[in-house]
Write a protein that binds this ligand. Structure first.
Ligand SMILES: *Cc1c(COP(=O)(O)O)cnc(C)c1O
Length: 470
């Protein structure tokens, strides 16, 4: 399997080659030249596998340049009970009727980013060791992604992490989660500024090609194809578990969406032949994607029109992975993709409304919006009806999923975080906070390892120079 760019300007490359890169050299995103197919017999033959075994089967279709025995070792190291707090890794729980909850948040940081990041940590270490090289990951975080990256890369050979976070602006729990890591290769940098300013510094450093090459800077952002591939696994797992009893053959998935990374993996699974009926895209008040699926017009918004909501990990106005889906929509015509993104840069939007009827007919996509009141009401309702406590993002998924229920078709809502991470909103919905999971009860009393500095490029640059792996 080789990978090409959505904008057509990259010679075909192997999985390990695109693994360590961000954007393709032409500004596009890496995508398989042709998608692998999984036929019904193969799918059935996977039914008896545990999660790591299934991950091996699915990922071996994408990472064809990694030897089979190595990939088996990497998937086993990523998905086991030492890392995840559920024996199933991804448990499936009933919410009543056709509604079910696919638990993607049993990893170390209690959010679904762990699902992909744990595999990424393993495969990074392997490829860097093979190539006898090092990588310095530099990123900015306001929560989930940064901590998932740190937990996945802690103690890994050949890689260091420099994670900028806005000083004094994360929750006590988030701070404790990140800053309590004592590994020598994890560097928490709290900058006196807001998230966007931290992000600007990261972009400026990555844009300084001399600095980037000298210190081998890398990123683990959500456009990384290995993350998309690792997420495909749980769509297969969810389908298998939902059809274990027989009966249903088709399954729908509802996905709380921001950057279009999670649901893109569902689209890939469906394109590989998994019998997925609908992919239900749920947004919060930042409904750029819902607007696209409803009208065919894609109109990203600027930071001043991006609302801060009570499902903050979905407060995104520019969906970085969306380009991979548009590539499929326009028949894999890279020139057309290039033209659409040029138009986006010039005019701020593009219009594919002539294809809008196909979004559902051909690709199974439907969408809806959930707002703050919906979120609180849904948390309350689900808790009262089934005794299950869900987080605000997952609540957005449940709210929208309910509008698309069909008899006989299991509707799997992807649980993208645990409620303990968002205790304030749970308290607003139910009148009482959520205690953290037992294993993390004393997290906030652990010693913290963090360097506080001014939010300037010079300060961050000097810190990286002094601490980078070279
Ligand atoms: C990242 C995240 C999302 C959004 O996922 P995308 O892949 O960006 O669509 C939703 N919920 C939670 C809790 C997240 O951390």
């Amino acid at each position: 399997m080789k990978y090409v760019s959505t904008r057509g300007g990259m010679a075909p490359q192997a999985f390990s080659d695109i693994l360590l890169e961000g954007l393709a050299p032409d500004g596009g995103l890496a995508i398989p030249e042709t998608l692998p197919r999984v036929d019904a017999a193969t799918l059935e033959s996977w039914r008896g596998l545990d999660y790591a075994g299934l991950a091996y089967e699915v990922l071996s279709l994408f990472a064809t340049d990694i030897p089979a025995d190595v990939l088996r070792r990497l998937t086993a190291a990523a998905y086991n009970e030492q890392v995840f707090s559920s024996e199933d890794i991804v448990p499936l729980r009933p919410l009543g009727g056709e509604l079910k909850l696919l638990g993607l948040s049993e990893g170390p940081t209690l959010a679904f980013k762990d699902m992909a990041m744990q595999f990424l940590g393993q495969v990074f270490e392997y490829v860097l060791t093979e190539r006898n090289t090092t990588l310095n990951i530099v990123g900015a975080t306001s929560g989930d992604t940064g901590s998932a990256a740190e937990y996945a890369l802690r103690g890994k050979k050949g890689v260091a992490v420099f994670m900028l976070s806005p000083h004094g602006r994360m929750s006590t729990f988030q701070r404790a989660q990140m800053y309590s890591l004592q590994d020598e290769n994890i560097h928490n940098i709290a900058v006196r500024g807001v998230f966007d300013e931290a992000q600007d510094i990261v972009k400026a450093l990555a844009g300084d090609l001399d600095f980037k090459n000298r210190y081998r800077l890398g990123a683990v952002n959500s456009i990384n194809w290995a993350r998309i591939a690792a997420q495909v696994v749980y769509y297969f797992h969810g389908w298998l578990r939902a059809t274990d009893e027989g009966g249903a053959k088709e399954v729908s998935f509802a996905v709380p969406s921001g950057n279009f990374g999670n649901i893109l993996s569902g689209h890939i699974a469906r394109s590989m032949g998994l019998p997925v009926r609908r992919l239900v895209l749920a947004t919060n008040e930042n409904n750029v994607l819902e607007e696209f699926f409803r009208t065919g017009i894609y109109r990203p918004r600027g930071p001043q029109h991006t609302y801060a909501t009570s499902s903050p990990s979905m407060d995104i106005s520019r969906a970085s992975n969306f380009e991979r889906f548009v590539f499929e929509l326009v028949g894999r015509d890279a020139d057309r993709v290039k033209a659409l993104w040029a138009q986006l840069a010039e005019q701020g939007s593009f219009d594919l409304s002539e294809r809008q009827p196909d979004f559902e007919r051909q690709y199974g996509f439907v969408s809806g919006v959930s707002n703050h009141d919906d979120r609180l009401a849904t948390i309350r309702q689900v808790y009262e009806e089934s005794g299950v406590l869900i987080d605000p993002h997952t609540a957005d998924g449940v709210k929208v999923a309910r509008d698309f229920l069909e008899p006989g078709v299991p509707m799997l809502v992807l649980e993208t975080a645990l409620p303990a991470k968002f205790s304030d909103t749970i308290e607003a919905a139910l009148g009482h906070p959520v205690p953290p999971p037992l294993a993390l009860a004393d997290l906030e009393s652990l010693p913290q390892r963090v360097t506080v500095m001014d939010c300037t490029q010079a300060d961050v640059r000097a810190f990286i120079e002094a601490n980078a792996k070279i």
